[in-house]
Design a protein around this ligand. Structure first.
Ligand SMILES: [Fe+2]
Length: 439
């Protein structure tokens, strides 16, 4: 799809250019001014000599157009103009006479270091027990890219969606996940796992399979360096002879309770962001048959440990990840003078994670798939009192990069720009570019 210049919003059209102070001053049609240093422009040249158009990577080998050791530190422009397509067009002089760079104006705008729009962060919408979880239709997200993008946006906004009308089989569950990208491998040959109340032996493997107890709210795989980002739980069967709230799912917005803690008990918040609450998993000697083709049984083993904070902050001081799983916790690593304060902080966070005002409680009904952001939400389950209750869930995970990559690709597609300009843009830049036209 070719985007016509006049279809672009004013922010993405160049009004005028001027050369000054070793760089180029761009005035945009929305009135904003940007300054690009000559070295920045020369280094970012996308011409075929500097940038491989097929692999979308720099031509940085010796003697190539983008050899970093030959890059002039004070590149000099010979001619600077706006071409007929509205691009910034530069012919270089100095040590590289005739070298020609053309910059897409939309790309240039989202690389302006003084544009406040680029600094704006997508704020997650924090929620409590009154949350209304968004629903999407399986067939809609399977065929429509923009429904898929909306779903992925909701994952950032609320951290949870429910997909309805999913055929109750493993193939459809897998197809739904693979609409975003590959399922994350587990330390186990089955990457889609089954939670089946009829499997009485599974409780020996993991506490999550001990159905008669309430499963307290937690995040999964806290003892991995990088926990999975998305968790998928699809219901195949739910037959409850009592028609009550047994085996209901519970969800808590970890960012919300972190904010409550930050406001009400800032000292506790600080301790949980700076002190370590280590976690580990050890699983040895559990014999399982994981496929009907397997002869005999094998012992699937693993052993993990991670020195982690419960609340993790990014470089701007915003919470980006919660890690909390009481049953995976191992002895604290904290000095004797801080242990009581740290424990009190941990108790306060755990109490918030179980508090009814922050807990959403609902049934994942047959034909529904719950998708939750495991870096943000804590999940759990109510206890089963009646052994006759039968529930079968399929579960699987997705790596953070897989989720992020699909969203980036969809935003890029929506922008209508070519791959050479989309590659290497920040997520925020892609969000802005996706909305660059007036149509
Ligand atoms: Fe879990």
């Amino acid at each position: 799809m070719t985007t016509l210049l006049r279809q672009l919003k004013a922010a993405f059209r160049i009004e005028s250019v001027a050369v000054n102070n070793n760089g180029v001053q761009v005035t945009w049609k929305d009135g904003h001014h940007s300054f690009y240093h000559n070295l920045w422009l020369r280094d970012a040249c996308h011409c075929p000599e500097c940038f491989q158009q097929d692999t979308l990577s720099l031509n940085s080998s010796e003697g190539e157009g983008h050899d970093p050791l030959k890059m002039p530190l004070n590149p000099i422009t010979e001619a600077v103009k706006i071409d007929r397509e509205g691009n910034l067009d530069i012919v270089w002089g100095g040590q590289e006479p005739g070298h020609h760079s053309v910059f897409d104006p939309s790309w240039l705008r989202v690389h302006c270091q003084t544009d406040p729009a680029l600094k704006q962060r997508r704020k997650p919408q924090l929620w409590d027990s009154s949350v209304s979880i968004p629903h999407f239709d399986y067939y809609e997200v399977m065929k429509d890219d923009w429904a898929l993008l909306l779903w992925l946006d909701k994952m950032l906004e609320l951290g949870v969606v429910i997909i309805d009308n999913v055929p109750k089989n493993r193939e459809s569950f897998q197809a739904l996940i693979e609409r975003i990208g590959p399922i994350q491998e587990r330390y186990h040959p089955t990457h889609i796992f089954t939670l089946d109340t009829a499997n009485k032996l599974a409780g020996n493997i993991h506490h999550a399979y001990q159905y008669m107890q309430r499963l307290h709210n937690h995040t999964d795989h806290v003892s991995y360096n990088v926990p999975p980002r998305l968790q998928f739980l699809g219901c195949i069967q739910y037959d409850n002879p009592d028609y009550d709230k047994q085996a209901y799912s519970t969800l808590v917005d970890g960012f919300k309770i972190a904010q409550v803690l930050r406001t009400q008990q800032p000292k506790f918040f600080e301790l949980l962001t700076t002190e370590y609450v280590p976690t580990g998993r050890r699983r040895l000697g559990v014999e399982e048959k994981v496929s009907k083709h397997e002869i005999g049984t094998k012992k699937y083993q693993w052993e993990t440990y991670h020195r982690q904070h419960v609340i993790n902050l990014d470089e701007t001081g915003e919470v980006y990840q919660i890690r909390h799983h009481e049953t995976d916790r191992v002895p604290l690593e904290v000095s004797p003078d801080k242990i009581q304060d740290l424990y009190a902080a941990y108790q306060a966070f755990t109490a918030l994670a179980e508090a009814p005002e922050y807990n959403a409680e609902f049934l994942i009904a047959p034909g529904q798939v719950l998708v939750n952001d495991n870096w943000r939400l804590l999940h759990g389950r109510t206890a089963i009192h009646n052994p006759q209750l039968r529930r079968v869930l399929l579960g699987a995970y997705m790596k953070p990069e897989t989720f992020r990559s699909r969203r980036r690709l969809l935003l890029g597609k929506k922008s209508g720009m070519s791959d050479i300009w989309l590659m290497g843009c920040s997520d925020r830049a892609l969000e802005i570019l996706a909305d660059r036209t007036t149509i």
